[in-house]
Design a protein around this ligand. Sequence first.
Ligand code: GDP
Ligand code: MG
Length: 158
Amino acid sequence: MAEEMDCTLAMIKPDAVAAGKASEIQQLAEMHGFLIIAKRQLQLTTRLAEDFYAEHKGKAFFNGLVEFMTSGPIVALVLSKAGAIRAWRELMGPTNVFDARLKAPKSLRALYGSDGTRNATHGSDYPQSAAREIKFYFPNLQLASAAEDAATAQEYIA
Ligand code: GDP
Ligand code: MG
């Protein structure tokens, strides 16, 4: 099946924003063919960070993750491109910065991250999470593709 134009939810995390890298990361996204179709800069509260990362509740790194994600402003972006979810995760590189430096030295996490928790960027992992995460930050954004993305989630996973 041909890949359709679709969307993902990206975050530039507090470490990268504090380091002054937010503009550079957005420029890199655009250079790689992503359209920035919505953008917000905000600081997460503990409650919002816990909600956003609810799937990780109970894991050893959860409290540290929430503490990190509430430590300063973030930039939330809706990015659009054919195959946006996979393409953005590929540009970000592996979750762990040390893996990223070894396996994908030009990836965003290799370039801008600093350790296991502070890895500079976020990207949705599946169409259903992209739909949820886009709604989390941009509840009023009307995306024709979001519902379709959720509907095709099963096919994507299979
Ligand atoms: P992602 O989708 O690649 O961001 O990775 P996950 O959804 O698995 O984890 C969410 C975030 O939690 C990651 O981006 C890291 O910031 C953090 N994280 C994940 N796994 C670990 C871990 O094993 N140790 C630590 N310290 N942080 C982690
Ligand atoms: Mg994830």
